[in-house]
Design a binder for this molecule. Structure first.
Ligand code: BG6
Ligand code: MG
Length: 220
């Protein structure tokens, strides 16, 4: 039986993937690195420092931990500044409707994000009240595809992984859900999240009605 929903944040609840892209792009341009949307897609779901490493590897650059952390901090300052512009109008279409529906039906709801800025994003959206539990980049040390953040959220909800449905837009996020024994819903193209149990192109299509229809035997 599905009793709980665990949502990734960036790319599921709101389109911060675009803001992350712009911040990394600014840092890359300042440093003369190659960076495009294809590499950006590889950063979905992974931590800030892991993202930094992917960009450095792509450019054949090796740096010590301090220099790496300093650059990642620079990116974060640009990113956090851009969050100030975010308002409650910036949910991805369908996300707020689904969260509201889950509240009225009494499901347990958690956030399972790799971001250390999740609280700030939820505050900008005025979304905090939709979540019983917040799992973010401060909650666990291993980032997706390790299942740790979803296991953390499930444990705080007092539920087993098999009682939870994870919503993810990242390939590694869906990997994490599957490794942890969770049911999964992928948001995005087949080549990214086609390995999820159920996939929608957009959150707008991911209504509770459609989800229940697919996982029929797990709801009653
Ligand atoms: C994830 C994003 O949600 O959070 C990644 O998909 C990002 O792209 C990661 O790198 C960490 O975010 P932050 O806000 O801690 O830099
Ligand atoms: Mg995401």
């Amino acid at each position: 039986m599905i009793k709980g929903f665990i949502f990734d944040l960036d790319g599921v609840i709101t389109d911060t993937a675009e803001l992350h892209f712009e911040a990394w792009k600014t840092l890359a341009d300042e440093n003369g690195w190659d960076f495009d949307r294809e590499i950006n897609d590889q950063l979905r779901g992974i931590s800030r420092l892991d993202s930094m490493q992917v960009i450095l590897d792509h450019n054949g650059i090796s740096l010590d931990e301090i220099a790496k952390a300093d650059l990642a901090n620079q990116k974060n300052e640009i990113y956090v500044k851009s969050l100030d512009e975010m308002t409650p109008a910036d949910y991805l279409p369908g996300a707020k409707e689904l969260l509201t529906h889950l509240r009225t039906e009494g499901f347990a709801v958690a956030l399972g994000s790799s971001s250390k800025n999740a609280e700030k994003v939820l505050m900008q959206l005025n979304a905090r009240a939709y979540f019983d539990v917040i799992g973010d980049g401060h909650s666990v040390t291993q980032s997706k595809p390790a299942p740790d953040i979803f296991l953390f959220a499930a444990e705080k909800l007092n539920l087993q992984p098999s009682e939870c449905l994870v919503f993810e837009d990242a390939e590694r996020g869906v990997d994490a859900a599957k490794i942890g024994g969770f049911h999964s819903v992928g948001i995005g193209p087949k080549d990214r999240v086609g390995h999820a149990d159920l996939r929608f192109d957009t959150m707008e299509q991911a209504t509770l009605f459609e989800v229940k229809a697919h996982f029929k035997e797990l709801f009653s």
